[in-house]
Design a protein around this ligand. Structure first.
Ligand SMILES: Nc1nc2c([nH]c(=O)n2[C@H]2C[C@H](O)[C@@H](COP(=O)(O)OP(=O)(O)OP(=O)(O)O)O2)c(=O)[nH]1
Length: 134
């Protein structure tokens, strides 16, 4: 089975997390943390910065890995590395998504994410990231 390395970035603004709804052909309607495939020669942190610039037109710094999940799709296995990010510059705007929301940890379960994302949501709801956001 083909395997892809993917990163996604979690931006916390005050007590909310930025989530985005996918549009287009693949997984439309699912909420996610913005991200995408790591390219050859890139570190995970570089991939986060590039993807979030492409998708939201913001500059971020990947601060800390929150967790890694395996998202098994019918045709591909995604190794998804979820990073807590600091927003350095810009205001997130939609470029490839069709909705953006700022959501409190306890509200994340009201949104339809990929089932494989549950450990990310659990980690945020257990506030394991507190130290990364002084
Ligand atoms: N499970 C899970 N997958 C995610 C999240 N965020 C995210 O981008 N992905 C996955 C979904 C896609 O299958 C994969 C690649 O995303 P993409 O298609 O936007 O990647 P890309 O920008 O590199 O795409 P491309 O147009 O260059 O082909 O990453 C997430 O929060 N959870």
């Amino acid at each position: 089975m083909k395997e892809l390395i993917v990163v996604c970035g979690i931006i916390k603004i005050q007590d909310t997390y930025l989530i985005a709804r996918r549009s287009g052909a693949i997984d439309a309607g699912y909420w996610e943390f913005p991200g995408g495939k790591v390219e050859a020669g890139e570190t995970l942190e570089q991939a986060i910065a590039r993807e979030l610039y492409e998708e939201l037109h913001v500059q971020v710094k990947a601060e800390k890995k929150l967790c890694q999940i395996v998202d098994q799709r019918p045709d591909v296995v995604l190794q998804v590395h979820a990073f807590l990010c600091t927003l350095l510059n810009g205001t997130p705007r939609m470029h490839v998504h069709d909705a953006l929301r700022y959501v409190k940890a306890e509200e994340l379960s009201n949104y339809r994410f990929q089932p494989a994302d549950q450990p990310i949501l659990d980690a945020l709801q257990n506030k394991k990231e507190e130290t990364a956001f002084p």
